[in-house]
Each structure stands twice: as structure tokens, then as C-alpha cells.
Design a protein around this ligand. Structure first.
Ligand code: SF4
Length: 352
């Protein structure tokens, strides 16, 4: 366990990160890809939010969009408040200053992020010196060794090269590098994908200790619902660039109200799994997503209203929000809208 830090200076009720109507799109020769479309979410100090959904639903783009680490040509719109300051309206210099010191990112493939020619000590020196140029070499070393210690990496490895570490240790190293500047908010993008289950459990334990002891807010991007159940307070389910359901993990996983969440959970393998379930089809092309509810071509509960009208966000039972016509509001559903949409009609469905 990492040692507790007494008296966090930040009010737990004030969000560290408060996102409103975030949109991220890429221009292509075929048209604009709307990878993130109107996402709103918030995280308080010490809170972990799991972001789940199939590949290609915009999870990583959302994480990178929050950090300002999008590829050239990507555009963002909306509001991303970090402790009240809008990251989207900062100059590149201000945003760079924020990254690392206040917000950090843990990537999926640590080896591709570490320079194989640089010792671990040099990685730390580079990271710290960029953001805190006044620290002396011995202070940098002290800070680095403390971060390594918290990750269970012995000080004797300080001068090793990345290739001398195992996969799990490299991931812990990446976390140590993200942590060394004590960010208040971390985005961890599939941090355990390449690891075996034992190391995975270790990394999740470390991330849990972090938020508990340092009040770090964590956005955990993963396709592994088991990890979310174990490590997160809340969960947001993303489909085709939009958050379709969010709430506490207990409530959303215990009683999913969006058919996509329900189908995702049914596709998860557990000890009680007797057959393999999967969601037929794949997420839509985000250049030309289906009209109405984007999930309607794959939804087993699709109704006529779903094919022509965007679902409205409502408060879900048990707290949080859901965007599905099954949850209402009933008064906005046109006459005949609740009729079941037959499979053969999908794709050529009439307006309700
Ligand atoms: Fe299914 Fe309709 Fe709900 Fe979309 S809005 S998830 S198609 S029931």
C-alpha cells in the first residue's frame, strides 16, 4: 500500500475535470469522422471512472482529446474544465505545462513510449526537468526513486534500460513516470491489455492505491468489464462516439438500462459463463452513422422511433444517465413509435 497523504488541499465535491459537450472530429477525403460526439462527464478527486465500449467507439480519442494529444488535423469543440480552467481554450504552451504536472497519461504499449537508448534515470530526468527546471539532480533522483518505490521497483533498477524490464514492470515504470509530477488527473488507456492476469491485478491494485492515497482522479479506458467492476466507482458506456449510459458501477452493471450495456455484459466471459455471446454486427462507420439511435441496426429491442429520432438523455433509475427510448421520455415518442422494428426493415426503416 502506498502511504496516505494527509489533508488533501482540494475539495472532493469540486470536480477535477468537468467535460461538457466535447466533440472531436477528423477531416478525411471521404468526409469528417465524428469520433467523439457530444460527450459530457465529470470526475471528482480520488474518483475512478471506467470508460468501456467496443473498439472503434471513440474511447481512446476521448482520452487523448482530454489531454490535447490528438493527431494533427483533429479538431475539438466543447468545454473541458480542469479545476475551472478550460483546457480547450489554453495556448499550446499552457496545455503543455499542464500535461505531466497536473494531468498525466498512461499508454497501452509502454515499450513504444520508452526510448530504448535511454536509461530509466534519464527518462525521469527528462520528464521532471521539462516541468520543474529548478530542481537539482539529487532532488530529481530523490523524487524518481520515491516514485519507483511506490510502484515496487527497487532503486537498483534506476540505471537500467527499458529492455531489461518485464512487461508488467515496464507498465509500472510508465505509471511511475506519469506519477512523478503528482498529477491530479490521469487517463489510463488500456493499461493492462498486454499483461497476464496476475500482473494485471497488481497494476489495478496500484491504480486503486493511487487514487485512494493521492486523491488522483482516474479515467480508466478499457474493454475489460471485470477490471471496471473491481477498480472503478462509476462507469461510462460509449458507443459510436457517444456516452449511452453512465452511473455507479453497482447500478449500471447490476441493472443495465441501455440494451448496448446489457449486451456488452452478456458478451463478457466469467466463471458462470456457459455459452459464448456476442453482439452481431460491428460499430458503425462514423463518417455516416445510422440516423436516430446509432445502435438501432444491432439492437434486439429496436422500435420504430429508434430508427428516425435521436434518443434523449434521461436520468436512469439508480442514478446517472441513459440515452435510450426505452427509458423515455414517453411523451416525445410519436404515435406508433413503440412498435417493434423488424430486422428486415433495418436500414430502410420509415420514420416513426
Ligand atoms: Fe435500442 Fe432503441 Fe434504445 Fe437504441 S434507443 S438502444 S435502438 S431501444
Amino acid at each position: 500500500m502506498t502511504p496516505a497523504i494527509e489533508g488533501s488541499p482540494f475539495d472532493r465535491s469540486t470536480p477535477v475535470i468537468d467535460v461538457t459537450d466535447l466533440r472531436v472530429w477528423y477531416g478525411t477525403t471521404r468526409g469528417a469522422i465524428q469520433a467523439v460526439d457530444g460527450v459530457s462527464l465529470r470526475l471528482s478527486p480520488g474518483e475512478t471512472l471506467g470508460l468501456v465500449g467496443e473498439s472503434g467507439c471513440g474511447k481512446s480519442t476521448l482520452g487523448r482529446g482530454l489531454m490535447g494529444l490528438l493527431p494533427a488535423g483533429a479538431k475539438r469543440d466543447g468545454q473541458v474544465l480542469f479545476r475551472g480552467r478550460d483546457i480547450l481554450r489554453m495556448s499550446e504552451r499552457e496545455a503543455y505545462g499542464l500535461r505531466g504536472t497536473s494531468v498525466g497519461m498512461i499508454f497501452q504499449e509502454p515499450l513504444t513510449r520508452l526510448n530504448p537508448l535511454m536509461r530509466i534515470s534519464e527518462h525521469f530526468q527528462e520528464t521532471i526537468a521539462q516541468h520543474e527546471p529548478d530542481l537539482s539532480k539529487s532532488e530529481i533522483r530523490e523524487r524518481a526513486l520515491e516514485a519507483l518505490r511506490l510502484m515496487g521497483i527497487p532503486p537498483t533498477r534506476y540505471r537500467s534500460y527499458p529492455h531489461e524490464f518485464s512487461g508488467g514492470m515496464r507498465q509500472r515504470l510508465m505509471i511511475a513516470l506519469a506519477l512523478v509530477l503528482r498529477p491530479a488527473f490521469i487517463v489510463a488507456d488500456e493499461p493492462t491489455t498486454a499483461l497476464d492476469v496476475l500482473v494485471e491485478a497488481q497494476i489495478i491494485g496500484i491504480l486503486n492505491d493511487l487514487r485512494r492515497n493521492f486523491d488522483t482522479a482516474l479515467l480508466l479506458i478499457t474493454h475489460n468489464l471485470g477490471i471496471v467492476a473491481e477498480a472503478c466507482d462509476r462507469v461510462a458506456v460509449m458507443y459510436a462516439g457517444q456516452i449511452v449510459e453512465q452511473g455507479s458501477v453497482t447500478s449500471v452493471f447490476g441493472k443495465p438500462q441501455h440494451p448496448y450495456t446489457r449486451e456488452l455484459l452478456r458478451s463478457t466471459i466469467s466463471l458462470s459463463t456457459t455459452g459464448l455471446n456476442y453482439i452481431p454486427g460491428s460499430p458503425p462507420d462514423l463518417i455516416d452513422p445510422p440516423p436516430g439511435c446509432r445502435f438501432h441496426p444491432r439492437c434486439p429491442d429496436a422500435m420504430r422511433v429508434c430508427a428516425g429520432h435521436d434518443p434523449v438523455q434521461t436520468v436512469r433509475q439508480g442514478g446517472g444517465s441513459v440515452e435510450c427510448w426505452l427509458s423515455g421520455p414517453d411523451e416525445l415518442i410519436p404515435p406508433g413509435g413503440t412498435e417493434r422494428l423488424e430486422r428486415e426493415e433495418i436500414g430502410v426503416a420509415d420514420e416513426a
